[in-house]
Write a protein that binds this ligand. Structure first.
Ligand code: SAM
Length: 301
């Protein structure tokens, strides 16, 4: 049985059935985010049968391959050599090579290298397929206890507070669950900025997912910020999930917020307007204050 992409498909009676050779092209292969058991059967099949594997760090991928007795040659493909090696990779694909792309962990391209390579391959109509699997963002989302129906994956935020706050300010009124990647050393500071800008929404911090010390800490943003401020930088990698605006805030669009703010500014100081509107909408006071400053700077008020 063969799927649309020429890859072996599930046979309802027999299970997983590789009955033919791996098709030429670029295969995007997800790898475990901690627990080596999370590699899929198809991922192993692709990694075993492709000509070469493009990977971020050959030492990391070599450990995974050794665990499964796979000897496919590895070539580095990472942010520092991607521009230089991409033409040769595309030439190999044009010549009918079968290449796999993996990152150190999880789904390639998602806050990891690969997007420009996929774009370039698609522009030349070269075949691209995926062997999906582990994803830190989706694993954290489904464990968070927060609404998974509409979500926005933001990825990494700027490292410094000013840039981080500017980035966060874009999403404060969005009616969606938000997913962020964050380094342990910046977790407490990022959560503090989030609490100020988003108000005290429900959130979760998911750490060490699929590993022995996996932990999902659920609570309000202010309490989570306080916990990590006191506890210090936790071990391992972390994902922060923030629930959508609650109650009245859920129905406030950016335009509505600006209109309400302008009306209040006609009668109140910016500080008082921010306090009143924060209580009314549940949006963070700091977010409203900074929006007010922007309105004042733009001359609307
Ligand atoms: N492409 C990967 C994926 O799909 O999972 C993500 C790569 S990104 C460079 C690394 C970030 O993913 C980390 O900083 C952390 O936010 C998150 N992450 C990766 N593995 C994790 C784990 N086991 N537990 C929690 N977060 C993890």
């Amino acid at each position: 049985m063969q799927s649309r992409h020429g890859a072996p498909a599930l046979d309802n009676n027999v299970g997983w059935a590789p009955t033919h050779a791996l098709a030429p092209g670029l295969h995007l292969v997800a790898t475990p985010i901690g627990n080596l058991g999370d590699i899929t059967l198809r991922a192993l099949w692709v990694l075993r049968h492709c000509d070469r594997i493009l990977c971020e760090d050959t030492r990391v991928t070599a450990r995974l391959l050794a665990r499964y007795g796979i000897n496919t040659p590895l070539d580095p493909y990472h942010e520092h050599n991607a521009e230089r090696v991409r033409p040769a990779i595309l030439a190999a694909l044009r010549g009918g090579a079968t290449l796999a792309l993996v990152s150190d962990a999880g789904t390639p391209l998602v806050s990891d290298p690969g997007y420009k390579l996929v774009r370039a391959a698609l522009e030349e109509n070269l075949p691209v397929s995926a062997a999906p699997g582990p994803s830190a963002a989706l694993t954290a989302l489904i464990l968070s206890g927060l609404p998974p129906d509409t979500f926005l994956f933001v990825g990494f935020l700027p490292k410094r507070s000013a840039g981080r706050r500017r980035a966060l300010a874009q999403w404060t009124t969005l009616a969606a669950t938000l997913i962020f990647f964050e380094a342990p050393s910046r977790l407490a500071a990022a959560l503090a900025d989030m609490a100020e800008l988003f108000g005290d929404r429900p959130a979760a911090v998911a750490r060490e997912l699929t590993k022995q010390h996996e932990e999902v800490r659920r609570g309000r943003l202010a309490a989570l910020a306080e916990h990590y401020r006191e506890a210090g930088a936790p071990k391992g990698e972390a994902v922060v999930i923030i629930g959508p605006p609650e109650g009245a805030a859920a129905i406030v669009s950016d335009a509505e917020l600006d209109a309400r703010l302008l009306a209040l500014l006609a009668r109140h100081s910016l500080r008082d307007a921010a306090v009143e509107l924060a209580a009314e909408t549940g949006i963070g006071r700091r977010t409203i204050y900074e929006r007010g400053l922007a309105l004042q700077r733009s001359g609307k008020r």
